[in-house]
Design a protein around this ligand. Structure first.
Ligand code: HEC
Length: 166
């Protein structure tokens, strides 16, 4: 598949490449908040095209947790984090928030930040993520937002969070 050439077609629910009938295949790009069914992942191919179409400069992530995190932090193995990560990975969010794909959103949170990617997000950004602010477009499109909020509440306490959302 040749990414970066031809026409982009946007279909609401499909991110599968379609055959344009000619020598150049066309890649459907997901919208900002589109997701695949649970258990699937946005592919690198789709994501690189999403980032390219957004056309913004890549950014870099940094630790915004304000805490010293050991490299073997047990939070990295938390099943709730694994669930959260899989919910992100099935959505277009993954595309602009993965450092190696060059997206502009990485400075705000980066799925490749280690040992625990959520440390690259401020408490404010995590609140946006969990739908606790009015920035609803940047809320994770999950069917279980309460589960995200329960995870966030623990993280907020861990950071000694003063953050209040509105
Ligand atoms: C096309 C690229 C792109 C996609 C797709 C994308 N983001 Fe982002 N995101 C950004 C950029 C760039 C920023 C930095 C702030 C800005 O420019 O809006 C950002 C910032 C954020 C923030 C921080 C907001 C704050 O005020 O601290 C959150 C939370 C967020 N995105 C969540 C999401 C979620 C959830 C999805 C999927 C539904 C998503 N993003 C999809 C590019 C993207």
């Amino acid at each position: 598949m040749h990414v970066g050439a031809g026409v982009w077609f946007l279909f609401a629910c499909s991110v599968l490449p379609v055959d344009s009938g000619g020598s150049e295949a066309v890649l459907d790009l997901p919208g900002h908040s589109e997701c695949l069914p649970a258990g699937e992942e946005m592919t690198a191919e789709v994501c690189v095209a999403v980032v390219e179409e957004a056309g913004r400069y890549p950014t870099v992530s940094e630790d915004k947790s304000g805490l010293d995190t050991p490299p073997d932090d047990p939070r990295a193995d938390d099943p709730e984090l694994a669930w959260l990560t899989s919910e992100v990975n099935r959505c277009a969010c993954r595309c602009c928030h993965t450092a190696s794909w060059g997206g502009a959103g990485v400075y705000f949170w980066d799925l490749e930040f280690r040992p625990v990617w959520t440390d690259s997000a401020s408490l404010w950004s995590l609140g946006v993520f969990a739908g606790l602010t009015e920035e609803t477009e940047q809320t994770l499109p999950t069917e279980d937002i309460e589960r995200v909020r329960a995870w966030l509440e623990r993280e907020r306490e861990r950071r000694g969070g003063e953050e209040e959302y509105e």
